[in-house]
Design a protein around this ligand. Structure first.
Ligand code: DGJ
Length: 690
């Protein structure tokens, strides 16, 4: 079956993925109706689909429209909100044509009363169950009035009718990102949003809805995510009649932009995944989609990195960094990253941001000697940067106080003693490119940890009559800068960071190699952070460090092995003060780093199964299991760990002990983990016998 099927008689379009299908149809009034998103159908079956949500009474008209505007008997969440110069908002869209090729479908419309054109873009891939969508609005008038765009959704995802619904998403805070919440979906408009100019720690731009009957490995799940790193909004509406739809928009409510004659406005991509095999199946579909169609370098085996932040804070200097680098190299670290504090007058967070030259008192000969030493030790060299920020106490701010987001005559709110540079100004983006390009070129920098430690306030752009554009243009300029640096420096890696995981989304993942998932490195707290991260984003992109015990943030002491095992479920890093680790700890750490290198293809590229107090990865014939034990009252039963994703007919050899296990036994009865002490952990590496 072709990926995009068009039935001209029925005025119907069907997008097919390996395990799902998506059906749209023009109704007799020419409105684009959503008919189906779920299990695969044949074209004949799709043509027989009824318009399921036709509960349009005079009182509460309700249509499953694919991309509703305003006007008419519409009372739900609009995908598109515009205001013409004469104040009218009603739009009536006449279908003008479509194109379909190579898994792409574009549906074109013309507004009956005004100069606007609308394109709805869809894309599917032969190896993925993801449906990609975006929208484009064009002002086709040549000398008419501009039109105000108040909302242009990337997509509205409509669900089929079910008796009940549950909503899953993540909430959080700095150092407590990605806490999964799952509960009844209110008969209301549930708004998940960031008004901060960044993706945000508080909630992440994805939702999953099920009928209340899905589990980790069974049941239907409809999930959707917005690929955008600025403010955003996902409104999940559920009406009394059962219509459920999630509308995804870049930007929060309020800011609006004008579309001048000849202008176009394009949304970022919103992606939907239907899975019939539970939340675990949905996550695996997301990971596989991200690896095949989002990540710039999916096949890379993420290097084991060392990061200096928790060891030194801002107190970086050449001798100290050399010592850490020497110890890191001895552990088997492959990439050494010097964090904050290496530039300008940066001795704490009060000064120096924006002055990107090595601090002369700490690096009297510049960074070259340290970079050379790191390479001599056999590691790649990485640096922390925060290009979008400035401390008011900096030479940059003294020279260009107007470069920051601000409103004329209003306060400039400082957070962490810093202000946001307005990347919507071309000269600011050009300045950032200039110094970053030079830094990377001069020092052969292999890795940038790109941080972003504060959110937007007073987001004005004096002199620009369309100032609200900066909410979007800033993000696009950051994307363009990352893209340009990557293309000019093909070996360069970028790690996305925003005070930990504040900028985690599919938009940033399209131009970075990994994400610093949280500043919280306590392995126990990390279990929840990582559980939430992996719902959508692949474990191979999830930076996870082993740090000191007791943990500097939580004060909790945990065994070295436990800290390692939890960090080994993502892209392993080490962030502790290695000068304080004992010889025994360093020796054990070196063994665990070596072990990680053996399992990392499975962890980073495999299929993830979430088990009770364990995660499991399957990659070809290899299986990795990381199991842990939380604090438990004495006498609580210790139950075997039932594994998943194994071939029940196959046998699996333990690569450490040589022991043979039956897939059927590991699945049906489970593995005796032997974890009898609180905060003990176990790593199992199996290979399927051929
Ligand atoms: C916030 C990051 O999340 C930390 O890892 C560290 O890089 C600091 N910023 C440095 O200021």
């Amino acid at each position: 079956m072709t990926a995009v099927h068009h039935d001209s008689a029925a005025r119907l379009w069907m997008l097919s993925t390996p395990n799902s299908c998506y059906v749209l149809r023009l109704d007799d009034q020419g409105r684009l109706r959503h008919l189906h998103w779920g299990a695969p159908l044949t074209p004949d079956q799709a043509a027989a689909l009824p318009y399921v949500l036709d509960v349009a009474t005079n009182f509460d008209g309700e249509l499953a429209e694919e991309y509703p505007g305003e006007g008419g008997a519409r009372f739900g969440v609009p995908a598109l909100r515009v205001r013409y110069a004469d104040g009218s908002r009603t739009t009536v869209w006449d279908h003008t044509g479509h194109t379909a090729e190579d898994g792409r479908l574009t549906l074109a419309f013309r507004e009956r009363h005004g100069p606007l054109a609308l394109e709805l873009h869809y894309r599917v891939h032969p190896d993925s169950d993801a449906v990609e969508r975006r929208a484009l609005v064009r002002h086709d008038g040549t000398d008419g009035e501009p039109v105000l765009l108040q909302q242009v959704a990337a997509a509205r995802w409509t669900l089929p009718l079910r008796a009940d619904y549950r909503l899953s998403h993540v909430t959080g805070a700095w150092s407590a990102e990605n806490q999964l919440t799952r509960g009844p979906l209110a008969r209301a408009e549930t708004v998940l949003t960031s008004r901060r100019g960044i993706t945000g720690h508080q909630v992440n731009p994805w939702v999953a809805v099920d009928a209340g009957d899905a589990g980790e490995e069974h049941g239907e799940v409809w999930s959707s995510a917005l690929a955008w790193s600025g403010s955003w909004r996902i409104t999940v509406e559920r009406t009394v009649h059962g219509l459920v739809a999630a509308t995804h928009t870049a930007g929060h409510e309020g800011p609006a932009v004008t579309l001048a004659p000849g202008g176009t406005w394009e949304t970022p991509v919103s992606v939907g995944v239907y899975a019939a095999d539970g939340f675990g199946g949905a996550s695996r579909a997301w990971h596989s989609y991200a690896r095949s169609h989002v990540l710039p370098r999916p096949a890379e085996l993420r290097p084991v990195l060392y990061n200096s932040w928790e060891a030194t804070g801002f107190d970086v200097g050449e001798q100290g960094q050399r010592e850490l680098a020497r110890r890191a190299a001895a552990l088997g670290v492959e990439l050494f990253v010097m964090d904050d504090g290496w530039f300008g007058a940066r001795k704490d967070d009060s000064a120096g941001l924006g002055d990107w030259t090595p601090a002369p008192d700490r690096f009297p000969d510049g960074l070259a000697p340290l970079a050379a030493e790191v390479r001599r030790l056999g590691m790649r060299f990485g640096l922390w940067v925060e290009p979008e920020m400035v401390n008011p106490d900096s030479d940059l701010y003294r020279a260009h106080p107007d470069w920051v987001l601000h409103e004329q005559g209003r306060p400039r709110t400082e957070l962490r003693n810093q202000l946001v540079l307005n990347f919507a100004r071309p000269e600011v983006a050009a300045w950032a490119h200039d110094w970053l390009d030079r830094l990377v070129r001069e020092h052969g920098v292999d890795h940038l940890k790109w941080d972003m430690n504060r959110v937007f306030t007073e987001a004005g752009h004096p002199g620009d009559p369309d100032a609200d554009r900066l909410w979007h243009d800033h993000v696009r300029a950051v994307y363009a800068l990352m893209d340009r640096l990557r293309s000019d420096h093909p070996g360069l890696r970028i790690e996305a960071c925003s005070g930990g995981g504040g900028r985690t989304d599919l938009g940033i993942l399209a131009r970075t190699d990994q994400v610093w998932a949280s500043d919280n490195t306590d392995a126990l707290d990390r279990i929840a952070v990582q559980h939430g991260y992996g719902q959508v984003y692949p474990p191979g992109t999830m930076g996870a460090w082993v740090t000191d015990s007791p943990n500097p943030l939580t004060g909790r002491a945990l065994p070295l092995e436990f800290r390692f095992h939890l960090a080994m479920t993502g892209a392993l890093g080490i962030g502790g003060d290695l000068t304080a680790w004992s010889e025994d700890e360093l020796a054990r750490a070196a063994e665990l780093v070596a072990r990680y290198k053996r399992i990392r293809p499975v962890v980073q590229h495999g299929r993830l199964y979430r088990l009770a107090d364990a995660v499991q990865y399957v990659h070809g014939p290899e299986v990795v299991l990381v199991a842990w034990r939380l604090a438990r009252p004495h006498g609580a039963p210790v139950v075997p760990l039932r594994m998943a994703g194994l071939d029940p007919l196959a046998r699996y050899r333990d690569l450490d002990t040589g022991e043979l296990h039956h897939g059927a036994v590991l699945t049906a009865r489970g593995l005796t983990t032997g974890l009898t002490r609180d905060h003990s952990s176990r790593l199992l590496h199996l290979r399927q016998e051929s």
